[in-house]
Write a protein that binds this ligand. Sequence first.
Ligand SMILES: [Zn+2]
Length: 161
Amino acid sequence: MATDSIASTLVFEPIPAGELDEIRAAGVDEAGNRLTPQPDPGGGNPLRCCLRETRPGEQVLLIAYAPPGTAGAYAERGPVFVHAEPCGGYATPHRYPPGLSHRQQVVRAYDQDGQIADGILAGDGEQALAVIQQLLARPDVALVHLRNVGYGCYNFTVRPG
Ligand SMILES: [Zn+2]
């Protein structure tokens, strides 16, 4: 598909495995909250370590995390689910995450100084990919975040390849 060849120039970034290793080893998140492994009974929550949804009963951590590429008043810290134990990470960094592509997303663009540049609602992964390409083609956009529609929680980052 044409969209795949265009998408191959992009990099879809989960929370880096090295950062998660440090957080798990420390036993606290970057906000100082103690880590509490817990099952996710219903499943269906986006995992920021491997960019798919939880399966019912999977062990997760809910951690506070500040995503990359923001600065000043736009630097935000928010809640994200990650696997309680190290997982395989995200295996296809040049593809829009297939396990999240059915979800609506807000695509938030940030400039080189970490200030917000735009925010666009996308109905699914295919629409989001088109929005990502359009935003990253702008000279004032350095990277984009994909975020949940209702709560605004961070899912992943996309940068030019
Ligand atoms: Zn994972």
